[in-house]
Design a protein around this ligand. Structure first.
Ligand SMILES: C[S@@+](CC[C@H](N)C(=O)[O-])C[C@H]1O[C@@H](n2cnc3c(N)ncnc32)[C@H](O)[C@@H]1O
Length: 250
């Protein structure tokens, strides 16, 4: 059982969002548990203040460190910072556009933890001491700026949950997906065989499993080269595959 604890100033944001598809099934099967907590619950003043102005000046507000440290420490029962969390198989993820980008590999790593605490920033972000002294991981979901960490938390919970053994219908499904082997997934087709003048590639109708597998690998490589040259640069091609791709270029 992997438990996600999301710390946010908008716990209502998560109402219903994990009630669909694979995440819903994984929750129902007891593979994951997801709880959203109101950061203001760890403040001690009458107005439940969680933010303050940035030192050095500038626009906007910054989330204060005290309630976040208190929230994470009370949820984990640990006060020793990042090292103590890792030793206890717990991860504390600070969502931030300044983080390391979420990847299938990082999602798989998190799927192996017992507990993942997710800190959602807002406003201009979070006091840097959360990154320096509390989080085990500072994670971005991509090179763009969201208004808050909440949408990123949904992405992270979904991507991690589907990698927990048993979460997908078939154990092999995740193995064949995009990124699992450093390339994108192959293109899929379903009925009808012809649609608006476009036919499904004949080989997929042939019933020749080895030929289909070869076609799929080649189609996946082609698509990776076209859409993700950065990934393609790291792919090791066999002589045959290189020749086949070169031939298609001519
Ligand atoms: C408006 S953003 C802060 C942006 C920050 N001033 C910057 O430019 O790096 C507010 C919060 O949204 C979340 N956030 C924004 N973009 C994100 C991204 N790409 N990945 C993960 N979280 C993000 C973070 O939690 C962040 O603290």
């Amino acid at each position: 059982m992997l438990r996600f604890d999301i710390i946010t100033i908008f716990p209502e944001f998560f109402r219903g969002v994990f009630d669909f598809g694979i995440v819903r099934r994984a929750r129902a099967a007891g593979l994951v548990e997801v709880a959203a907590h109101d950061l203001r619950g760890w403040t001690h003043d009458r107005h439940k203040v969680v933010d303050d102005r940035p030192f050095g000046g500038g626009d906007g507000m910054v989330l204060k460190p005290e309630p976040i440290f208190e929230a994470v420490e009370s949820l984990t029962g640990l006060t020793g910072g990042a090292e103590s969390f890792r030793q206890a198989s717990k991860r504390v993820v600070l969502l931030s556009p300044q983080g390391r980008q979420l990847s299938q590999a990082l999602a798989a790593e998190l799927a192996g933890a017992e507990r993942v605490v997710v800190v959602c920033g807002r406003y201009e972000g979070v006091d840097e001491r959360v990154s320096e002294g509390l989080a085990t991981d500072e994670v971005s979901i991509g090179d763009y700026v969201l208004s808050g960490g909440e949408p990123a938390a949904v992405v992270l919970v979904d991507a991690v949950t589907r990698l927990i053994p048993g979460a997908l219908g078939s154990e092999t499904s995740a193995v064949n997906e995009s990124f699992s082997e450093g390339i994108l997934d192959f293109p899929n087709y379903t009925r009808p065989v012809e649609f608006r003048g476009r036919r499904v590639p004949e080989i997929l109708l042939s019933g020749h499993h080895a030929e289909v597998a070869r076609w799929r690998r080649r189609a996946a490589l082609r698509k990776t080269r076209r859409n993700r040259p950065d990934l393609f640069a790291g792919v090791e091609l066999s002589e045959k595959e290189r020749a086949a791709l070169d031939e298609e270029d001519e």
